[in-house]
Design a protein around this ligand. Structure first.
Ligand SMILES: C[S@@+](CC[C@H](N)C(=O)[O-])C[C@H]1O[C@@H](n2cnc3c(N)ncnc32)[C@H](O)[C@@H]1O
Length: 343
């Protein structure tokens, strides 16, 4: 890259991070929701949102020049084609991810200390920062499951939806707040779903989210101590974060029925950084991996695979765990793939 191009590139980087912060401000002050009501002057929008006009006007200036709002004849507009990416209960809404990213700034002092001293930032350190900035990490996935779980993710594996419809025993490992089971248990009433997560807080929320579903149950447990027998074991975005992924994968293999399927959704990148150059989501995913996945694992003395462990490393660990047949399939999200793993 030429020097002048690189300076322009860095300026765009800076602008992106400034806008990410102000997008969070717009969310927490209710400005986006108010602006969805239609074009308004800064005074009109401030009155609608119950805010101070001077602050709203400066924020609007950033939103217009940042390409998020439009401006015409004294009025600011939030086009519906933009609003769907920042408001609403859909998988298109990127607000949960934007808020989560901002919240990571709160742990940077601890992360920098770990660069120098080793160790990492424990998962418990993130809660207060996420809450303070209004971020709920499960929210993005909740909408993704509603829109894509059955046809997009399960549909990627031939015959899987038919088995689920017929009735099988399913375990979801690292189930979080139960968003995947909430969709799957409703779509496949003949199957029985068990969610396991090491975090008692999310298991409590999972039980609340699925209280109306008689075929869903949850337990607090460590995947590294998994027991029992299941026809299908799923893990959504939950394996690369494991402190002991090799042990967990062996346990999964041991808990599968002879004709069972391990259905793993994880990130779709290469283990080789050179092969990720030019991928539009790679820098973002390396950054998230550093600021969450890698450091939380190191805090526990874990393997710290990170989110960018890559399909090569995943295949290696799956083979070591005893999965002789592994297919890597596409998914509805470019940053994720589906591993269909059989003994
Ligand atoms: C990135 S979240 C994904 C949550 C959920 N699958 C979803 O898609 O919303 C990873 C989850 O794995 C859980 N987890 C991490 N280590 C675990 C372990 N050893 N045993 C069980 N759950 C674990 C975490 O508590 C967290 O809820």
């Amino acid at each position: 890259m030429e020097e002048t191009d690189f300076a322009a590139h860095l300026t765009a980087v800076m602008t992106g991070s400034a806008l990410t912060m102000l997008i969070g401000v717009g969310h927490r002050t209710g400005l986006f929701a108010a602006a969805a009501g239609g074009p308004a002057t800064s005074a009109g929008l401030a009155a609608r949102a119950g805010l101070e006009e001077r602050y709203v006007r400066e924020w609007l200036g950033a939103m217009v020049t940042g390409g998020i709002f439009t401006y015409d004849d004294g009025e600011y507009a939030f086009p519906p084609s933009h609003a769907k990416f920042l408001l609403g209960e859909t998988a298109s809404n990127l607000m949960p991810s934007l808020l989560t990213l901002s919240a990571f700034t709160g742990i940077l002092p601890e992360l920098e200390r770990a660069f120098a001293e080793g160790g990492g930032v424990p998962r418990s350190a993130y809660g207060p920062h996420l809450e303070a900035l209004g971020a709920k990490t499960g929210d993005s996935w909740k909408h993704i499951y509603r829109e894509h779980l059955v046809d997009g993710f399960f549909g990627a594996v031939p015959g899987l939806t038919e088995r689920l419809a017929a009735g099988v025993r399913v375990l979801d490992l690292g189930c979080g707040t139960g968003n995947a089971i909430a969709v799957a248990a409703e779509a496949f009433p003949a199957s029985r779903f068990t969610g396991v997560d090491i975090n008692p807080g999310v298991v409590g929320q999972a039980r609340e989210n699925t209280a109306h579903l008689p075929n869903a149950e949850f337990a607090v447990g460590d995947a590294a101590e998994l027991a029992g027998e299941f026809d299908v074991i799923t893990a959504f975005d939950a394996v690369h974060d494991q402190d002991r992924p090799d042990v967990v994968l062996r346990r999964i293999r041991g808990a599968l029925a002879p004709d069972g399927l391990f259905f793993m959704v994880d990130t779709n990148f290469s283990a080789d950084v050179a092969r990720n150059v030019g991928h539009p989501l790679a820098a973002l995913c390396y950054s998230i991996s550093l600021m969450y996945c890698t450091t939380t694992s190191l805090a526990e003395g874990g393997a710290a695979l990170g989110a960018m462990w890559g399909t090569e490393k995943a295949r290696e660990l799956l083979a070591d765990a005893g999965f002789r047949h592994v297919e890597v399939l596409g998914s509805p999200r470019p940053q994720n793939c589906v591993y269909a793993c059989r003994p």
